[in-house]
Design a protein. Sequence first.
Length: 275
Amino acid sequence: MDKIIDIFQFTSFRKYLDEYQAARVQTDPDFTRAGACVLLGLPKTRSYYNDIIKGKKLSTRMIPKFVEVLGLNKKEAKYFETMVNMDQAKTATERNAFFEELLKQHPDSHRILNEDAYEYYNHWYNSVLFTALEVVDVSDDLEPIQKLIFPKVSVGTLKRSLELLERLGFVRKNENGFWKSCRDAVSSGDYNNSDLVRQYQLQSFELSKQALLASDGRSSDMATFTFSVSDDAFKAIAKEIQGLKARVRKIIMLDKKKATGVHQLNVHLFTNLKK
């Protein structure tokens, strides 16, 4: 069976099952959530597949059945099992361990975007809208979300942004008519050195400037200081920043509670004196 969607775009097995079913039913009309129950060997229930997506525990004995129905190869099956274990881990320590294992199994744990990354990174509000869909129920009426986004952008701009996200396959409408993300996250990955991503980063720092100047009581935590150190210490600081970003990504990926806000973190270490 041809791959319907790439499992390695996901770190949540429930979101993967949701998106897989929505994609497969387009070419296989029998693969409804009720139809999936039959293929899983559960003809007497019509809700099991949907219950799993909504949070029901997936037992160990059912994992091989899901692997078969999903048509996963050995590497994908292991990744799927690790996603399940991470989601259903009982302690934070266990979740961390499974998360580390997930990163090891991922062919490229940093790169999620495809070649259309250039278009996505053209404007800062694309990533803000993409992230906001997990926090707010957004329908075709974009005026409510437009009133919430800082800094302000027009409804027309958000409409074009939503069209882009849909075209890239990042979002789709759920059964309630709300737009929701189809991916867990978007990372620039291999595009980190491109001029366009640098332009996106410049936009992000401009947002920091606007947040600093805002007088609306907006919550923020900013710190700036200048220092002199040796080359070895500078390299150590740069390494520490990389570690910080990795730890922040881990906190984000392991957060199982419903998102309640959209936030921006900008870190910039640079040198004031030429060599």
